[in-house]
Design a protein around this ligand. Structure first.
Ligand code: ZN
Ligand code: ZN
Length: 172
């Protein structure tokens, strides 16, 4: 594993305008909250690829990529789930008066890799974290796990009183 890096001094690389570099760094990943549940990131650190290049106006263009796995309850059936997440995030930090061109993760030339990785992971999450893509979830009536309950699982519906009245009508 490469050296664990929480913050990275971009200036240290002494890149000149247009020059780029690819680095492989170990970045620590905190447990995260999603849908009211806590998901642990396993392993707790990811090997991340950081591409950076110096822009023509003393700024930086940055790209961070890593793959990781979360561990926590499936949001449909509550069984343990281990969804795999791929992160591919970009940032630009361009010194100047335009606020939109400043990255919140770059202070002077210090990149807050830990905060960026945490936020990028949160943004890369799918709408639901599931044990498997086609998880059938729980029965809305009795709470049985529909992944294991079998195709016969179902409940007699209490008949709608309006239909009961209709069935009494005699149609000539
Ligand atoms: Zn599930
Ligand atoms: Zn049921």
């Amino acid at each position: 594993m490469p050296a664990r890096t929480d913050s990275f001094d971009l200036g240290r690389l002494r890149l000149t305008s247009g020059e780029g570099r690819r680095l492989v760094l170990e970045v620590a990943l905190d447990p995260l909250q999603f849908g009211g549940e806590t998901y642990v990131v396993t392993p707790a650190a990811a090997e991340a690829t950081l591409d950076l290049s110096r822009t023509t106006h003393n700024g930086y263009a940055l790209r961070l990529r890593f793959d990781t796995t979360l561990q926590g309850p499936c949001m449909r059936c509550l069984d343990p789930a281990r969804p795999a997440i791929s992160v591919d995030a970009r940032e630009v930090d361009q010194p100047g008066d335009v606020e939109e061109l400043r990255s919140p993760y770059v202070d002077e030339e210090l990149l807050d890799l830990h905060a960026w990785a945490r936020d990028a992971l949160a943004l890369a999450l799918p709408a639901q974290l599931l044990c498997r893509e086609d998880c059938a979830g729980l029965c809305p009536v009795c709470g049985a796990d529909l992944n294991t309950a079998g195709p016969q699982h179902g409940h007699e519906r209490a008949p709608d009183p309006r239909w009961a009245k209709l069935s009494e009508l005699k149609l000539d």
